[in-house]
Design a binder for this molecule. Structure first.
Ligand SMILES: *[C@@H]1O[C@H](CO)[C@@H](O)[C@H](O)[C@H]1NC(C)=O
Length: 266
């Protein structure tokens, strides 16, 4: 009881000392009311959005959050640090390790009909240099298709090294890589040059979106995978950064989601 009284007096003194500056209101509330709930409303009674960027990213990666247009402004720095720091690299490596282990454990047909579908952007190639630009802000500023197309046409995308390991493992096992991208046919030359420059070789098919390939990303990618299956190929694996790469028809025996908190393709 006595020690409690001393503690209470001490807490009061601390609270009074902190009260000497107006900036310390928050600190006082923590001393006087431990675990007080943070108010969610501003002075005008409107809800102040408290975006937890890690929770936001988890919601994106799990496909709980869909059709989002922009990275929340408050999360621009978070996403930038994530993409440029070790976490994104490690997350890609974890995907790659799982995919390589899976591929090595496969019982293959040995008839040249086993294929693995790879998405291109943010899967085997990276647009980080583009998204790091101040006029793109890691997806926190509105997407400008003209700018993005100029960047793609330049063909300067680096590889994502861990996913390139998956690609090379797939090749060495005798599984045929099929590159399936939402980029349009007019980028075939720049894409091919870019892919070769950063170490990709011997793909079985590079499928780009043609004039007749209308429809959503899910519809387009589903129809291309269905064509493969109808031609007798077995899609043993399918790897992409967008859920639209991994859902729909004939998704393959095992899908692998590569992280991407910068943009959403529906
Ligand atoms: C998009 O980028 C192009 C090329 O840089 C520019 O000319 C155009 O004004 C931009 N559009 C918008 C809406 O910002």
């Amino acid at each position: 009881m006595r020690s409690f009284t001393i503690l209470f007096v001490f807490a009061t003194i601390v609270a009074l000392a902190l009260a000497s500056t107006s900036d310390n209101v928050e600190a006082i509330s923590q001393v006087v009311e431990i675990h007080r709930l943070r108010p969610q409303t501003g002075s005008a009674g409107h809800r102040v959005p408290q975006v937890d960027c890690l929770s936001w990213r988890l919601a994106v990666e799990t496909n709980n959050l869909r059709d989002w247009k922009l990275v929340p402004k408050q999360c621009e720095n978070y996403v930038g640090h994530y993409m440029l720091g070790k976490q994104y690299r490690h997350d890609c490596e974890a995907v790659a390790d799982a995919a390589i282990e899976y591929a090595k454990g496969l019982k293959l047909g040995g008839d040249g009909k086993d294929v693995c579908v790879f998405d291109v952007d943010e899967t085997i190639l990276s647009n980080i240099p583009f998204f790091a630009r101040c006029d793109v802000a890691f997806g926190a500023l509105p997407y400008n298709a003209t700018k993005f197309d100029e960047w793609i046409a330049d063909g300067k995308l680096p590889a994502i090294p861990s996913i390139r390991c998956v690609y090379n493992t797939v090749l060495s096992l005798g599984i045929k890589p099929v590159l399936l991208t939402g980029a349009t046919e007019n980028f075939r030359q720049s894409r091919t040059t870019n892919l070769k420059k950063v170490g990709y070789r011997n793909w079985f098919k590079l499928i780009l979106r043609g004039d007749k390939d209308t429809g959503s990303a899910v519809e387009y990618k589903s129809s291309k995978r269905t064509e493969l299956v109808k031609a007798g190929y077995r899609i043993v694996g399918n790897i992409g950064d967008q859920w639209s790469d991994l859902i729909g028809e004939n998704v393959g025996a095992h899908t692998f989601k590569v992280p991407d908190p910068m943009y959403y393709v529906g």
